[in-house]
Design a protein around this ligand. Structure first.
Ligand SMILES: NC(=O)c1ccc[n+]([C@@H]2O[C@H](COP(=O)([O-])OP(=O)(O)OC[C@H]3O[C@@H](n4cnc5c(N)ncnc54)[C@H](O)[C@@H]3O)[C@@H](O)[C@H]2O)c1
Ligand SMILES: C[C@@H](O)[C@H](N)C(=O)O
Length: 323
């Protein structure tokens, strides 16, 4: 069985996305480039590539045979499944979201269960809905999301519990907030205004048509915290885990607060608002989440606050855009 292999052999799906491009490079630095197989339905390009090069394979996660082949030939004992259609794109193309998010995950569960590999799939604050307690949302509470994306996340969380209890599959998941980074562009999320605002601040000095109202508070996190959180959960001792899915909280802010944070560095920066369909998605999500269970079971602490993140985002984006 592959699970008996000592060194981690990790297959990452959807690895050319926002989180994957950074996670793959960090894992390669940690485990050795040859031990991390990146995969996606896109191929690496000059614009979208990994800082640390290593093996890459085309894997469409809707095709179970392609996942099987990658796991078997690479002798993967861990799968990190990232391929996904995010919330806003998912509401515009619900059939695609159902196919990629639910069917793709089902395929990963079946393959990992059969070949004895562990499986980590991120969940999201989108797994909560309008009936969920909105402030400091606990791990265990009512979850009735209204988006196709959120529905698939609840399905994955529950499948993970089932496979863990009935089949002994080592499944782990984190409910991530909106992730903010400067390296890769996001892929159609409701929290993505909080990335675009930094680009527009530097390019135009004015963020026009912010698609959420100025007082819409959502949980957020800087990418470095996200990558560290994923790897800490991946490496946590199984006996310390009291649940299979953990809230992973960090910071929370509104469009107006991130605007004020940027203004501290760029006093002439301006913003205007034009909320669209994404407002109704954001209105059903928590304003902040409680990650005390992750802290208690495996020591989770975030590092970046809003102003520290703003400094790092502006500094790195300046170099990326203008140097
Ligand atoms: N970015 C965030 O703010 C955020 C927040 C919470 C949870 N998450 C979760 O983290 C994971 C990764 O998110 P991300 O932000 O990197 O997403 P992304 O949209 O940036 O990347 C998704 C990747 O999946 C690939 N993909 C799409 N369909 C595929 C298929 N059929 N087969 C294989 N690959 C396919 C895409 O080409 C893309 O590279 C997802 O599960 C997402 O739900 C992300
Ligand atoms: C929150 C998260 O899952 C993603 N950033 C989205 O907005 O869809």
């Amino acid at each position: 069985m592959h699970s008996l292999c000592k060194s981690p052999r990790v297959l990452v799906t959807g690895s050319l996305g926002q989180i994957g491009t950074e996670l793959v490079s960090t894992l390669r630095m940690k485990y050795g480039a040859e031990n991390v197989l990146a995969s996606d339905i896109k191929f690496p390009t000059e614009k979208a590539k990994f800082d640390v090069e290593g093996p890459f394979k085309y894997v469409n996660t809707n095709n179970i045979e392609q996942i099987k082949e990658a796991v078997v030939n690479f002798r993967a004992n861990k799968v990190i499944h990232l391929s996904s259609i995010l919330s806003a794109t998912g509401e515009q193309n619900p059939d695609l979201a159902m196919e990629v998010n639910s069917h793709g995950a089902e395929n990963c569960f079946k393959v990992c269960n059969y070949y004895g590999a562990s499986l980590l799939i991120p969940s999201s604050i989108a797994a909560f809905g309008p009936e969920t307690p909105r402030h400091n949302t606990p791990d265990l509470c009512i979850q009735r999301p209204l988006t196709m994306y959120g529905i698939s996340k609840v399905y994955i969380e529950l499948l993970g519990n089932w496979y863990n209890q009935k089949k002994g599959l080592d499944f782990r998941s984190l409910r991530l907030p909106g992730i903010i980074s400067w390296k890769a562009l996001p892929g159609g999320g409701t929290t993505d205004y909080a990335i675009d605002i930094y680009y527009q601040a530097l390019k135009k000095g004015h963020y026009t048509n912010c698609f959420l109202k100025k007082d819409t508070r959502m949980p957020m996190m800087y990418m470095d915290d996200c990558i560290r959180g994923i790897i800490e959960l991946l490496e946590a001792k199984n006996e310390n885990l009291k649940q299979r899915t953990y809230n992973l909280g960090a910071i929370d802010f509104t469009p107006e607060e991130i605007y004020e944070s940027i203004k501290k560095v760029m006093p002439k920066f301006k913003i205007d608002y034009k909320p669209d369909f994404r407002q109704s998605i954001a209105d059903t999500w928590p304003t902040s989440i409680d990650s005390s269970c992750a802290k208690k079971d495996w020591g989770w602490e975030h590092d970046y606050d809003l102003d520290k993140m703003t400094d790092v985002m502006l500094m790195n984006l300046k170099k990326k855009l203008f140097v």
